[in-house]
Write a protein that binds this ligand. Sequence first.
Ligand code: FES
Ligand code: FES
Length: 80
Amino acid sequence: MTDAPNIAQKGAFSVEVQEGKTYWWCACGRSKRQPFCDGSHKDTGFEPVKYTAEESKKVRFCGCKHSASAPLCDGTHNRL
Ligand code: FES
Ligand code: FES
């Protein structure tokens, strides 16, 4: 069973990603290493979401964990 995710932060985390590198976005909201997974989702029913950077740039990862475009922020945090 999957409960609602924790809201880690009501706003995006801006991260400079590097081309070709893989990142694991925390979907459960419990990680202490936001916006990325640190394994804290164990037993929550959530799994991290893989993000592979196609280019080096700044990415706005969802911090509220309610984005419909996860792992990216889509503005949903404004309605929470
Ligand atoms: Fe989640 Fe913006 S931080 S939608
Ligand atoms: Fe949140 Fe892994 S700690 S998905």
